[in-house]
Design a protein around this ligand. Structure first.
Ligand code: HEC
Length: 130
């Protein structure tokens, strides 16, 4: 039952990370695209390649600087869309991997991150993650 207890500690780690969110979230600004937002995966793919691929990989499979986003840890029921907004705005402390912290990625709106998230979700679905 090793896998099961590993999965459990992962869930615990995420719950602890989630507890830390309110403090980060206080930095202001919307954490979701506004009303009327319509996700555009083509735009999301372009923005991902410009801003995220250097660490998360052109094909979302990770690099030596960052983890794959096509991975069970980043499924929607584990890291919801708001986790993407928060990671981009505030960065993310190293907690799941050993790549170091993710720094904030400046210059992206909540809508931009919404497009990126839609693209990532589409690729996760294609890979059979959910
Ligand atoms: C300079 C490298 C780097 C860049 C650029 C980068 N990331 Fe990350 N990202 C990381 C690392 C490293 C982690 C893993 C931290 C950990 O959990 O150990 C991470 C984690 C994440 C997470 C999970 C956060 C959590 O709550 O656990 C999300 C979501 C994410 N990145 C999305 C993005 C998106 C979207 C972009 C582009 C807008 C991006 N990243 C750009 C390095 C990067």
């Amino acid at each position: 039952m090793r896998a099961k207890s590993a999965a459990r500690s992962l869930v615990l780690a995420c719950a602890l990370a989630a507890l830390a969110l309110p403090a980060w979230a206080q930095r202001g600004g919307a954490l979701a695209p506004g009303p009327g937002f319509f996700p555009n995966t083509a735009k999301g793919e372009r923005l991902f390649k410009q801003n995220c691929a250097v660490c998360h990989g052109e094909n979302l499979r990770g690099t030596d600087k960052g983890p794959p986003l096509i991975h069970p840890v980043y499924k929607p029921d584990h890291h919801g869309d708001v986790a993407f907004q928060l990671a981009v705005r505030n960065g993310s402390r190293q907690h799941h991997w050993n790549f170091g912290d993710m720094q904030p990625v400046p210059g992206l709106t909540a809508e931009d991150v919404g497009h990126i998230t839609a693209y990532v979700r589409r690729e996760q679905r294609k890979a059979g993650l959910f």
